[in-house]
Design a protein around this ligand. Sequence first.
Ligand code: C5P
Length: 249
Amino acid sequence: MHRIFQGNIFSGVINVADERLIVALDFHTMDDVKKLVDELGDSVNFYKVGMELFYSVGADVVEWLKSQDKKIFLDLKLHDIPNTVAGGLCSLMNLGANILNVHASGGFTMMKTAAEALHKESELRGVECPKLIAITVLTSINQAEWCGALKISEQVVEFAKLAQSAGLDGVVASPQEAKLIREACGEKFLIVTPGIRPAGADINDQQRISTPAVALQNGATHLVIGRPIRAAKNPREAAEKILAEMAGI
Ligand code: C5P
């Protein structure tokens, strides 16, 4: 779907960045953001802005990333009653991010109301509708910590089917559930996977993890990667290694 990466990154020839890679900007200052984005240069085109950064610097970071021609996943994980989430998303739509998200555990009516409101609002304004995806079960939760009645993988698939029937474009899930979601929800459904760790990397607080290659082989459309790139001694080299692993899959 997004296999537009071409060229040999080690020879420095990059035609277009592989937009399946989304780098998480988990910082709280614009200086740190600018430093990393500058360092990664044209090797990365898609960034995730989460709550730490958005609560610190607000809409400025989205504006700045857009001015650099970068795509944005605004990961604010909305979770409230249907009317409040729909209104919140319509306000966020003003910022022009490419992907927005809500929690699937907010329920079918919340997700459907949110998706319908976004589509209606984008039509009214004549702007492209951002993709709306749902968080299933956080990748930091393992089976021992999980207190649901279903197994985590079963619950994730149930959430994915619920999100799809509510009119959402995809889900956030662990790479370990990507295959089951792909089977249940078909080819076009977005599967965005955090919990990505290159072989040998520190897993930090993530639990349900896989390597970049395995996540893509399992059907992930986008990989969200933070610390393995951001905290590396040489972030560009770390990103290029990951991109090399992704190339060809
Ligand atoms: O540093 P790391 O690669 O673990 O970063 C993963 C990013 O993905 C973080 O910004 C985290 O908030 C986000 N995320 C996640 N699990 C989810 C949804 C989002 O780890 N289910």
